[in-house]
Ligand binder design. Structure first.
Ligand SMILES: *Cc1c(COP(=O)(O)O)cnc(C)c1O
Length: 354
């Protein structure tokens, strides 16, 4: 690949108030761009001032949704070191998504280098408060102007950066979740295993209805029987029942989270029994009734761990751990965030310095 051209802004933007950073609303001074066409493949890597894009109204992404994305974070560690968390995992998944959507694969190592360069240029934007980070959003869109339904012949890859605050301002607050019994997010053979924009388009209506009913998220069941648990909005899900931790196995419609993978590795290192298997909502309901449902938590890059205090399914209300965060959830949160920010030795070699 060619060298990354850099065109910096003359005047930097004003930075937002660090003590109140809503998720994904402020963007840094620069962005990374990379183009694709059939003749040259991926080419013209460049860092330019953050600005709106100019796209043809017939660009295929607007009509047929050929778009994939990733989500990762940069953390300010002690001694002003900047750390990324398992970026190679995100790049592997980026290409898995690309393959599913017929988007040409990218060179993951090169994109990590580009991210490092971009984060360095905009490093003054990385917030320093506890729980804060610089959210990194790489994404690819189909840009060819054509209304025929087929894979686009041109694409653009972009990386934008957004300073984000602590997901929970006052400690880890358990959330209330509605178990969705009519809508479907993804079905085996569909796009569920890809981080594709369209999966979110499919999920918004259920999310809105859950919010209106007082729940913060949706728990998705399998599309066919509405029986087996899949995942939450943008998180994977774990249950601690009778001392054992259970998470749904990757079945062809669940997104394989990097946080999910990290949690399973930590648990097995700690000697906590962890099972990756089919788990039905009835099993969780039974466990709740006979008081063996000890903890429930969602996992994802944005929140790391999101404890669940209540599940609502078919008119049954299941209160988890009296609505408090569980011990294991807290330990997992402290360990992962500790590794991410360099406070805990990274014996698993998960962090990469920028
Ligand atoms: C991104 C995402 C997750 C979480 O993945 P992480 O790599 O842990 O951030 C889970 N489910 C869906 C649908 C997602 O898009």
């Amino acid at each position: 690949m060619e060298e990354i051209k850099v065109q910096q802004r003359d005047i930097r933007k004003e930075k937002p108030d660090q003590s109140n950073l809503p998720f994904g609303q402020y963007f840094t001074d620069h962005m990374f761009l990379l183009d694709y066409n059939l003749e040259q493949g991926w080419h013209a890597p460049r860092i330019v001032p953050y600005a709106p894009l100019v796209l043809d109204p017939a660009a295929m992404v607007f009509h047929y949704g050929q778009a994939v994305f990733e989500g990762m974070k940069a953390f300010l560690a002690k001694d002003e070191h900047i750390l990324l968390f398992r970026p190679n995992k995100n790049m592997e998944r980026f290409n898995q998504s690309n393959r599913r959507l017929e988007i040409p694969e990218i060179d993951g190592d090169f994109i990590i280098q580009a991210i490092q360069k971009l984060v360095n240029i905009d490093k003054e934007w990385i917030p320093s408060g506890k729980g804060t980070s610089l959210y990194i959003r790489p994404f690819i869109i189909a840009t060819e102007p054509c209304l025929g339904v087929r894979a686009s012949h041109t694409y653009q890859l972009l990386v934008i950066l957004s300073p984000v605050g602590a997901y929970y301002s006052e400690g880890l607050e358990p959330v209330k979740i509605n178990v969705e019994t009519s809508y479907t997010r993804a079905v085996r053979g569909g796009l569920g295993t890809a981080k594709a924009a369209g999966n979110y388009a499919a999920s918004i209506k259920a999310q809105t209805e859950a919010k209106d009913a007082g729940y913060s998220q949706v728990l998705w069941l399998d599309a066919i029987e509405k029986k087996y648990i899949e995942e939450v909005g943008s998180m994977n899900i774990f249950f601690k029942i009778n001392g054992k931790v259970i998470t749904p196995q990757l079945n062809g419609s669940i997104l394989a989270g990097v946080t999910r993978d990290s949690i399973m590795e930590l648990l097995s290192n700690w000697g906590v029994p962890v099972e990756e298997r089919q788990i039905s909502i009835e099993e969780v309901y039974e466990a709740s009734k006979n008081h063996t449902l000890e903890e429930v938590f969602g996992t994802g890059t944005a929140a790391v761990i999101s404890p669940v205090g209540e599940l609502f399914w078919n008119n049954h209300q299941m209160i988890v751990n009296q609505g408090h965060i569980g011990q294991l959830s807290q330990r997992l949160y402290d360990t992962i965030t500790g590794i991410q920010t360099g406070l805990i030795p990274d014996t698993l070699h998960w962090t990469v310095q920028v």
